[in-house]
Design a protein around this ligand. Sequence first.
Ligand code: PLP
Length: 449
Amino acid sequence: NAEAAASLAGVKDADRKHVFHSWSAQELIDPLAVAGAAGSYFWDYEGKRYLDFSSALVYTNIGYQHPKVAAAIAEQAGKLCTVAPGFAVDVRSEAARLIAERTPGDLDKIFFTNAGAEAVENAVRMARLHTGRPKVLSAYRSYHGATSTAINLTGDARRFGNDTATAGVVRFWGPYLYRSPFHATTEAEECARALTHLEDTIVFEGPQSIAAIILETVGGAPGVLVPPAGYLAGVRELCDRFGIVFVLDEVMVGFGRTGTWFAADNWEVTPDLICFAKGVTSGYVPLGGVAISAAIAETFARRPYPGGLTYSGHVLACAAAVATINVMEEEGVVAQSARTGAELLGPGLRALAERHPSVGEVRGLGTFWALELVRNRETREPLVPYNAAGADNAPMAEFAAACKKGGLWPLVAGNRLHVAPACTITPQDVAKGLEILDGALTVADAHVV
Ligand code: PLP
């Protein structure tokens, strides 16, 4: 109708004139204007609905507009919108308690940040001060955020434009059997060689200079890289042996995404620090943080922690976290995520792989999966080269366009489709999404040689 068309024009016009978008050449983008969202869907001003298989940026774990969380935020706003971070306040205490009760081991103190990168910044700061050592080891292909320290810990190409502050960052290769950096052919071999490589890196860097090893528990942006059995336990052992702080970055995988509260629970590993954000509030209000072990908390028991944020533990964000965690508990969202992966997404995506020669590998768990698209299954040549742009990226762009045309919003990165719907997605919507992907994959198949 005319009203919707007019407001669409207004939204687009002001966006193009005044909004400076992330990661983009400003004149080469054309953002879709979103009019609303609910559950697993959002829609545009023409009323076209998209089944969101990306959960925004992998954070709407309970879907859009859960009424209980929206109401809790509104209720808190009516009562008390904000109070300085130095005060004790009911919802902040409760959010910290609910999070600490769900983290593994003795990670019982919570430092709140506004989002994921700040969680990484503060985890690294804590590790350096706790050990008195300067270096941090991180994995190639990883993503840890876009602030100065976090982007330089990042092991993917997004750091290339930011490579100015790498002091103290050393990168190593993590396990990735499908494209093994160690020429391994089995999971056990990949695990053993990856651990030997990490140990060699530690020894030749000098263990006395290494404060922390930071890892995504399951690599998110790198393409849902699920660690082989024994790898995280092996890293834990290396950290213990060399006095290194073990940081797990669970910004993308915490709060139900992999079918457990924290992804580390899948392997029963306890790190020294956990970074979280995204799913803790389903992104309704930005919140992140670091869960801290007793030993590291003790370092700052009588010595001031030299870090802080104006909005640390913002009251509205904490109210959103309390409501989100309670909803997840009441509605069994974590178990639902596990079940959806094991019974629907896993089998469904593997069935697609059988029909479509462009699918090289399917991997994942819970509501967190990736399809690796290839030109050839034998050679495993990626459908597009690493860090491709423009014409080089055309096959993936065509595939994404086909998904959108079918009514599914995909998360594509490099040569991969990441499948990360809401943890609360219904079986009907999983079936619908798989059907749309089935159609779109024929576009990718056309590039197979
Ligand atoms: N760490 C991981 C594993 C992430 O996936 C992300 C974002 O996607 C970040 C850190 C950065 O979080 P934020 O964008 O909230 O700063």
